[in-house]
Design a protein around this ligand. Structure first.
Ligand code: FUC
Length: 346
């Protein structure tokens, strides 16, 4: 294992560093201390071609301007909060509204747009950030740590921890767009996905959960056995059409023990297996990626990447029957997601 620290650029007279974790098989993960952004993951295909398998930019400036949350940590609360407001213990909190009158991924300047302190640790890097009381409207000073480690089983582990001095909301995730074809050679429509999930959350026209969950059986949301992404993209099923032809939905995860999510690119043979202790994964197929701009020389377009956002349920604060995302003073928020990069032989 090797860890390489380099300068990635400067904003406001502050240098941003990149941290590249390289394991003994040559698998590489690079992250920067701005937004905890994963800028690059280099993994082999079945012919041992090492290529980048996430959407990223070449320069810091492009990350500063980005509005697609490329590779970043989304928080304090990942996903949407209806009307950008909520009530806790009789007090109403007004959040930054950055998505059609709703709050999305932590607001205008969420965890994806701030500088994090970085510390190199054994096999990885730990980022920490102090989010002040009132930031983007949230109560409580929140201390957050995000730790990326890599091992020789080709596993990238992301561990999240947070503590607050006042009751607040927290559920964070990583917003990497995976594209296992390598160097964005193809879009993700022929990738297959498998998820141990019987139900997904119905969304309204603003992509906010209605509160109702739907059985996946006999719908394009049935990923209990391998299914190609394009079956949902070409479907006339209302929930697929609603989000811009594709998926942008929370799937409820059945168990904390089994391998829960499996993404595969049949052509390159690359696979990604995700294990998480979170109750849900939001599957977002890049339906709203812009049709201009570039990712390292490749023109942006719909379906160029897929996000698998392990997290608490979006808008949980407005749905008492969803698992809570409230963190109280004295409590510890902690969560872990493991990404294993593999190969399926022909
Ligand atoms: C995802 C989606 C949203 C949004 C954003 C960039 O997580 O849920 O719809 O477009 O990312």
């Amino acid at each position: 294992m090797k860890i390489i620290q380099e300068s990635f650029g400067q904003i406001d007279n502050q240098t941003v560093f990149s941290y590249t974790l390289v394991n003994d098989h040559g698998l590489e993960v690079t992250a920067i201390n701005y937004g905890c952004i994963i800028t690059k993951i280099v993994a082999p295909d079945r012919n041992k071609n090492f290529e980048n398998i996430v959407l990223g930019y070449d320069t810091l400036n492009e990350y500063v301007k980005d509005s697609s949350y490329l590779g970043a940590i989304a928080g304090r609360v990942a996903g949407r909060i209806k009307d950008g407001s909520f009530e806790l213990d009789g007090t109403e909190y007004l959040l930054a509204k950055n998505d059609h009158g709703n709050h999305l991924h932590g607001g205008i300047k969420g965890f994806n747009k701030v500088f994090w302190d970085a510390e190199i640790i054994e096999d990885g890097v730990r980022f920490s950030y102090k989010s002040p009381d009132g930031e983007e409207g949230y109560p409580g000073n929140l201390i957050v740590q995000v730790t990326y480690t890599l091992n020789n089983n080709n596993e990238l582990t992301i561990e999240y921890a947070a503590q607050t001095d006042k009751k607040t909301l927290v559920t964070v995730t990583n917003h990497s767009y995976f594209n296992l074809s390598g160097n964005l050679k193809r879009d993700i429509l022929n990738h297959t996905l498998k998820i141990q999930s019987d139900r997904f959350l119905e969304l309204d026209s603003e992509f906010i959960p209605t509160g109702k969950s739907i059985q996946v059986e006999d719908t394009p949301f049935d990923f209990t056995s391998e299914r190609a992404i394009n079956t949902g993209v070409t479907s006339t099923y209302a929930q697929n059409v609603l989000v811009g032809e594709g998926y942008d939905h929370p799937f409820l995860l059945k168990t904390n023990k089994d391998k829960e999510i499996n993404l595969k690119d049949p052509e390159s043979g690359r696979t990604l297996t995700i294990e998480t202790d979170e109750p849900a994964v939001v599957v977002y197929t890049g339906n709203s990626l812009p049709s201009e701009g570039e990712f390292c020389g490749i023109t942006s377009r719909k379906y160029l990447g897929i996000c698998l956002e392990t997290q608490g349920l979006p808008d949980a604060v407005h749905h008492p029957h969803f698992p809570t995302v409230i963190l109280d003073k004295g409590e510890q928020y902690s969560s872990k997601t493991v990404y294993q990069f593999g190969i399926e032989e022909n």
